[in-house]
Every structure is written in C-alpha cells, then in structure tokens.
Design a protein around this ligand. Structure first.
Ligand SMILES: [Zn+2]
Ligand SMILES: [Zn+2]
Length: 373
C-alpha cells in the first residue's frame, strides 16, 4: 500500500527513516547550530536500552515498556490500546518480537535481550519500519518474499508501490532548509550525487527543480513533530524517513550533526556526526520503492554508524532497484572496492560507534574555532 493512502498508524509504519553516517570536515556551516556544550554527553534517545542488557522472558524491568514502544514503532509489535500503555513485563510477545528483530539483523535469534541485540537497537537508524502490516520486509525466511526475490535480500514495501512507467524522469525540490545551517549549494551537490547512484543503475533520471509544485519528490529538514505523525527525536535515534512511491516526501532530522562535506571517516571520533549523502542514498531507495535489506553492507540496511560514509550501491541494492525499474545499459556494475566501501567494513555492528563522547564535542568546538579565526 502506498503511504498516501495509509492510515495514521500505517504512516507511522511506512514512513520513517534514518540511516546515516557522516562526514564533516571542513565547513563549520555543515554543522547545525546549537551543538551541546563541550563536556555534556550528547543525548541518544535509546541509550537507556543498554540498561536492559541480559533481560529475558519472565522478568519485569523498568524500561521494557519503552523498548516495546521502540519495537512497535519499527513494526515488531502491534500498538497497545491508547488507554493502556505497554507494561514493563517481558512476556512471550516481546520475546517473539526480539527474535524476529534478531533474525532481521543477523543476530542469534534467542529472544533474549543480549548485549549484541541491545547494541544494534541503539544504533542510529532510518525511521521507516522493518515490519509493515505484519510482514517483515527483511525476513529472509519468508516463503512469499523468497518466491518474489529469489535468494536476494532486498525488499519492497507491501504491494510493491513504484513510480509508473510514464514517470521515469523525476524532479526533486529541496523545499525546507531553514532548520539546517548547511548552505543551499552544498545541499544541491550532495543530493544530486545521492540521486546519481540510483540513476546509474537504472533508466530513472532525476532533476532538481526550484518549485515544490513542480516536483515529484520534496526534501526538507524538520525538528520534532512536523505534522506527518513521525516526530523526529533529536540527535541520533531516527535520522530521517521517506515515503514509498508515489508520495515523494523525504524528511531529515534537523537535530542531527549532519556532515555534508569532507571525509567523515576521518572524523570517526565525532560520536554523533552523520554523513548526509549516505542517509540520502538510503532514503532515496525508499522514495523509489525499496524496503529494508538484511545485508549489512547494503545501502538499504536500516542502521548506519556515525562517522561512516556509505554511498555506493551494493549488489543487493542494484538487484532490488533493477527489478523495479530495469537496467541502465551503461551501468558498469557494483564496484567491489573503493575508499568509501572500505569504510563500510566498520558498519556491521552499528552500535559500537554511536556513543557520544566529550571528545567529539571538543573536536567540533576546535574546528569551529579554527574556522572562525
Ligand atoms: Zn530506511
Ligand atoms: Zn516526516
């Protein structure tokens, strides 16, 4: 089903996003204003989950209700009745939801909230759900999905929404930038590069247009609740989200420390820096109809490490998008190695690099100060 026809709850499941990575380097303007003062830990909306490590069936622990909210948001649990929020009891439903999550992310499907699982859960990620309308877009064991995709792990949104054949030249507009300090020219460059990754593999073409009314796709930065039922959550947590075809909305959390220029991998100590282009490539996949993939190196994997650049389509992404839109005869195929793919090797356990530290803040302050001089 398309996001445009979804109920508010369906929108919650469909929309969302946030994957990301980073890279800042030069311009201080690539950072949003209002970075935390040096010494204060950067907040992560999910960091409290780390206190739940080791929890298992039968226990009752404060915070498990919040973890259920998280799993519900990404489709692993049904929403509770509005009159009674989730309890802190570790019941069989939570155990089953955790096991599904573990299968999707290549973890041991024990249903126990072990440390690797918690580390994966607190990693910054795309806000789009992994399980939509009860079917896991990432389930490599789903017989229906397997029949549809062969042995591949890419996925579609339920119903396979895509841009129709008469819409192969898509126009995009960068429509809401007041919440970011990244300059307009830089944004145009970054998003053009991100779209070009998908254009290279298909017959789709993308052109920037100045007018939202003239655009198929709109891109904007927003803070907190911005009217589509998918409120952003501040630094880290969910980074961005996008709607399935032919909705065309792509929203980025303005509170992230977006890096729009330079080699983010050289700034890996920047514990909350997220590479804008990396997240853009991922979200464009959603705009075109792809769901999440279980392949850790793929662009459509739901999480991304901070300080990491991941912009090149992996073979799973290419097969997925070409199955929807056909092949660009000039496409040279997936490049097996490159400077950016080498940084992907660190992506596997997205949780490892996301904890904020004062070192990041101090480094940011130093860069800003140097540029100001
Ligand atoms: Zn996503
Ligand atoms: Zn939104």
């Amino acid at each position: 089903m398309g996001a445009t026809s979804a109920s508010p709850r369906g929108l919650v499941l469909l929309v969302a996003v946030a994957m990301v990575a980073v890279s800042v380097v030069s311009p201080a303007t690539a950072f949003p204003s209002g970075l935390p003062a040096a010494g204060s830990p950067l907040p992560n909306p999910w960091s409290a989950f780390q206190n739940l490590s080791g929890c298992h069936m039968g226990e009752e622990r404060e915070g498990l209700g919040k973890l259920k909210d998280y799993l519900s948001h990404f489709g692993y649990l049904p929403s509770p009745p509005s009159s009674s929020p989730y309890s802190d009891a570790f019941d069989e439903y939570l155990e089953a939801a955790i096991a599904t999550y573990q299968r999707n992310f290549g973890l041991n499907a024990t249903g126990v909230l072990d440390t690797p699982t918690v580390e994966q859960m607190v990693a910054p990620r795309c806000g789009v759900a992994d399980v939509i309308n009860g079917s896991s877009t990432m389930d490599r064991n789903s017989s229906a999905a397997a029949a549809l995709r062969g042995r591949h792990l890419y996925s579609y949104f339920p119903g396979g929404p895509m841009w129709p054949p008469f819409r192969r030249n898509l126009r995009y507009a960068i429509t809401s930038t007041s919440a970011t300090t990244i300059d307009r020219a830089t944004l145009s460059t970054v998003f053009a590069r991100a779209f070009s990754r998908w254009a290279a593999a298909t017959n789709l073409r993308f052109t920037e247009t100045a007018s939202a009314s003239d655009a198929d796709i709109t891109i904007g930065f927003y803070s907190g609740d911005h009217g589509d039922g998918e409120a952003f959550d501040g630094p880290l947590g969910t980074l961005a989200h996008a709607f399935s075809p032919t909705d065309g909305r792509f929203h980025l959390d303005a509170a992230e420390s977006w890096v729009a220029n330079g080699d983010v991998s050289r700034l890996s100590s920047f514990g909350s820096a997220v590479d804008l282009e990396s997240v853009a490539v991922h979200e464009i996949g959603h705009l075109l109809g792809l769901g999440h993939s279980s392949v850790p190196d793929s662009i459509m994997y739901p999480t991304i490490r901070t300080g990491t650049r991941k912009v090149e389509l992996e073979s799973d992404d290419v097969l997925g998008i070409q199955s929807l839109y056909g092949t660009n005869p000039n496409f040279k195929g997936v490049t097996p190695t490159s400077p950016s793919t080498s940084s992907r090797e660190m992506d596997g356990s997205a949780g490892a690099g996301i904890r904020p530290g004062s070192g990041f803040v101090g480094l940011v302050a130093a860069v800003v100060l140097l540029l100001a001089l």
